[in-house]
Design a protein around this ligand. Structure first.
Ligand code: MN
Length: 129
């Protein structure tokens, strides 16, 4: 069974690119286009990792991360935040909301895949996956 990654991203092109890159690496990818649905899918699937866009309609990525972190069943699931408006303090805010890592748009394929692998490896070293 392949490793499932949940991508919560409203931008169609970004979602397409992330799906392509992750599937090319052998991961199974499920995409949600807004936060509430993303949270429902996360609870149902318990993915190995969640890629979370911060700029989402209605519920933003900070709120989604905070909600995900309230679900004990998802406490071990790494969340990799993606943002296109990197401002001073964003990184701190992302980490404070419960995310484990942070990358900026536009998605640069190699560092993106590397970050995903690093987050997955960190979790498996802790014996949690
Ligand atoms: Mn967005």
């Amino acid at each position: 069974m392949s490793t499932t990654i949940l991508v919560i991203e409203d931008n169609e092109q970004s979602a397409y690119l992330m799906r392509y890159l992750l599937e090319s690496e052998g991961f199974s990818v499920v995409v949600a286009r807004e936060g509430r649905h993303g949270g429902e899918l996360a609870a149902r699937l318990v993915p190995a990792l969640i890629v979370l866009d911060i700029q989402l309609p209605e519920m933003d990525g900070y709120a989604v991360a905070a909600a995900l972190r309230q679900n004990a069943a998802l406490s071990h699931v790494p969340i990799l935040a993606v943002t296109s408006h990197a401002m001073p303090g964003d990184r701190e805010r992302v980490l404070a909301s419960g995310c484990d890592g942070y990358i900026e748009k536009p998605i640069d394929p190699e560092p993106f895949v590397e970050q995903v692998r690093r987050q997955l490896a960190a979790r498996s070293q802790m014996g949690l996956t």
